[in-house]
Structures are given as C-alpha cells and as structure tokens.
Design a protein around this ligand. Structure first.
Ligand SMILES: Cc1ncc(COP(=O)(O)O)c(C=O)c1O
Length: 405
C-alpha cells in the first residue's frame, strides 16, 4: 500500500517537474500567453485587467452578443424571479420552467421535435456518447473532432476509431469493414473544426451513413450563429435541413452563456433525460444562464445583420491575410488558423502581435500535430473594418520582421 502511494507521488512529482520546467522556460522568454485576464464584457475590443485595450481576435463570441442589453436583461430578470441556483439535478429537483422554455426554443431553432440541455458543451458530448453507446457498439469520428468526443468514447466502453480528417474514402472503408459487426455504428463529426476552421462534408457523410446503416451525430459548437445565411448552422449551410440524427451544440460560443444541448427526435431526447448520467448526477443550469441562452436564440433571429456582418468580415480578413502570403489552411469560416509551422516562431509571432495590441492564441503540439503550430484567430460580427485592418497591419509587419511572409 505504502509502496503504491510512493509510486503515485513519484509520478505526480515527475509531471509537476516537467510542467514547471516548461512554464518557467516560457515565462523566462516572455512567451507565456495563457490565463490573460480581461475585465468587462469581451467584444471586438477586450479591456485587459491591466488597463490595455486590445483587438480581440480569439473569442468564440462570434456574433458579439456578450453584454447584449436584451440578453443581460433576461439574465437579471431570471435572478429576480428564480434566484441564482437551480438547487439540484435536472431529473429530480433542478428542472424549472426556464429550462423547459429553453429546450422548446432550441428545438424550434434546430427544427427538431425536442432538445435537452446540459451544464456544458463538454459534458453534453460525454452525455450523448455514454448515454447511447456501450460495449458492442462502434463510434467513428473524424481525427480532428473535439477532445470531449474522444473523452465520451473513452467513458462509453464502445469501440472507437478515427478516420482521417474529412477523408470520406477512409470513412467509407472503415464503415464497409464494420458493417454487421456492431449493434450500433455512430459517426461523429465537428461541423466546423475548432483548430482548422474548415467545414465537415455533410452531404457525403450523410450518404455514407445511409449506405452502411450508421447514425450521424454532428457537434455544432462553432457553426451555430456562424454557418448558413441566417446562422442556423451546418444543415442550413448545405441546404440539408433534417439530415442529422443527433444535433449537439454549445451555449458558450455564439450563444453567450454556458451549457450544451442535444436536439433530435422526441423519443431520443426523452431517453437521454432519463438515462444520460450528467442529466441525473450533475446540477442543472442556473436560471440567469438559462434565460440568457433563451434570449440569445431570439436575438440571432431578430438581428440577422450580425450573421451577414460576420460573413463579410471573414471574407475581408481571410482575403487580406492571403494577399500578404499567409497560409490560412482550408478555412472558410470565422475560425481562421494562421499557419506558422515552427513552435518557437509561433510564440514569437504571438509576442509581436500582443505588443501591437492584438489578442491571439498560439496553438502548438499536442493540440495540433508537430510542425503545424499556428495562431488560431476568430472573427466576430462586431469587428469593424478598422479592427480588421489593424490586425492585418500587425500581421504584415510582424510576419515580415520574422521572415514568415
Ligand atoms: C467542437 C467543440 N465541441 C465541444 C466543446 C465544448 O464546449 P463548452 O466549452 O461549451 O463546454 C468545444 C469547446 O471549445 C468545441 O470546440
């Protein structure tokens, strides 16, 4: 017993030592960019806790809805009427009329019979995968799917495999080999990939699922509010409404709150309300966040200019970067990687952009494969032409100084 405890401590000490070494090296070189505190609502410009104002080029708030007066008013009103907490888990004492209204609203926005909400997007993926698959089932996912999908597979006990990123021939080969060997085959893809900013091939994935008898789940974390002419997501983008079996989304990106949801058929959603463990064993969304999310879906439909402005901004920004000679990979969306390759140069570029008051995030291994380090930049509907031009100027001068363009 003592020996086991000693080994465990040694393991933890080794991890801490490795972490300290890496952290101190980054801090010593003035290349530590994590946990930067902002103050006030984050919009196209972020006020840092130390008073600096930076062009925000890394927020998931694609429609610029954080601090929207209607959404804030809904949250405040919910505190007045319902208080600050839900007081329990959804299945038992935690469900309120606000949750029911939000779920009805998500179902109508998603054009599905029903929807259920969870306390985060991360938890939602775990809830869906562990609720619906287990030993004897197969989950197939795109190599670049979000970590929460991997974690859901690990917990579910189902067999899982990845197919090469957006490689439909590879997906078909695995499906053909798997056919008949599993009770359920579930294919899962991100709609917009969070590190590369490209879009899944919904038409081919759907066709393959039909051909091989698989169910299709899509994670719409980065497409709600951003894809499609009115921001309704990937099905609107491809004009394929109704084609996804399990639509998962988050309430923490274009929707400025916290939480996640599953939208689908009435039976499927009701099953999840009774059998998915996070619905039964984790506390319900608090009233303010529930009401804020509910109002945000209304605002997206009432203010279509936001989605249009976002699409315009994406075109202006990607066009500008490409003209300077940057590689923005396959992105056509508001998630725009600026590929650098080398990790140290990525950190140098980040430093130079920070010094020019542009807030960006460096993404390095293991979040992305070695040799593909990048800045992952994100655009918002509320960015002005001036913000975008300031960012482009900063990229140009820093990129030239580093010999990257
Ligand atoms: C594709 C994808 N799915 C799920 C999540 C988790 O969502 P949340 O942050 O709302 O828990 C994220 C978070 O960034 C994501 O990018």
């Amino acid at each position: 017993m003592l020996e086991t405890a000693q080994k465990l401590n040694d393991g933890i000490e080794t991890r801490l030592a490795m972490y300290r070494e890496r952290r101190d090296a980054l801090k010593g070189a003035d290349r530590y960019f994590y946990l930067q505190a902002t103050t006030g609502p984050v919009n196209h410009v972020a006020k840092m806790a130390d008073g600096r104002e930076m062009v925000m080029l890394a927020s998931y708030s694609y429609l610029g809805l954080i601090g929207h007066p209607r959404i804030d008013a809904a949250a405040k009103a919910a505190i007045e009427t319902h208080g600050s907490g839900a007081g329990g888990v959804r299945l038992l004492t935690g469900t309120s009329d606000l949750h029911e209204q939000l779920e009805t609203r998500i179902a109508s926005f998603s054009k599905r019979e029903d929807a259920c909400v969870y306390s985060s997007g991360y938890v939602t993926n775990i809830a869906i995968i562990t609720g619906l698959t287990g030993p004897g089932d197969l989950v197939l996912m795109d190599k670049l799917d979000h970590a929460s999908i991997v974690d859901g597979c690990l917990l579910s006990g189902a067999k899982w495999k990845t197919y090469r990123h957006n490689d439909m021939a590879h997906l078909e080969k695995i499906l053909a080999d798997a056919k008949g060997n599993y009770s359920t085959i579930l294919v899962i893809a991100d709609s917009v990939f969070s590190m590369d900013g490209d879009v899944m091939d919904l038409p081919t994935t759907r066709a393959l699922c039909d051909r091989y008898g698989a169910r299709l789940m899509v994670d719409e974390a980065h497409s709600i509010g951003s894809l499609g002419a009115t921001g309704h997501g990937i099905e609107e983008h491809f004009d394929m409404v109704g084609s996804i079996d399990l639509k998962m989304g988050t309430l923490s990106k274009s929707i400025p709150s916290i939480g996640g949801y599953l939208a689908g058929s009435r039976d499927l959603v009701d099953f999840q309300r009774h059998f998915s463990r996070p619905f039964i064993f984790s506390a319900a969304l608090p009233p303010a966040q529930t009401a804020a999310a509910l109002e945000a879906f209304n605002v997206i439909e009432d203010e279509p200019w936001r989605v249009q402005a976002l699409h315009r901004n994406v075109d202006r920004y990607i066009g500008g970067l490409k003209a300077q000679g940057w590689d923005t990979m396959q992105s056509t969306t508001c998630v725009i990687p600026v590929l650098v390759g080398d990790e140290d140069l990525t950190m140098d570029l980040t430093r130079m952009l920070f010094d020019r008051m542009i807030f960006v995030c460096p993404i390095v291994h293991p979040a992305v494969p070695k040799g593909t380090s990048r800045l992952r930049t994100c655009l918002m509907a509320t960015h002005t032409d001036e913000d975008i031009d300031r960012a482009l100027e900063a990229f140009e001068s820093a990129g030239k100084e580093l010999g990257l363009i």
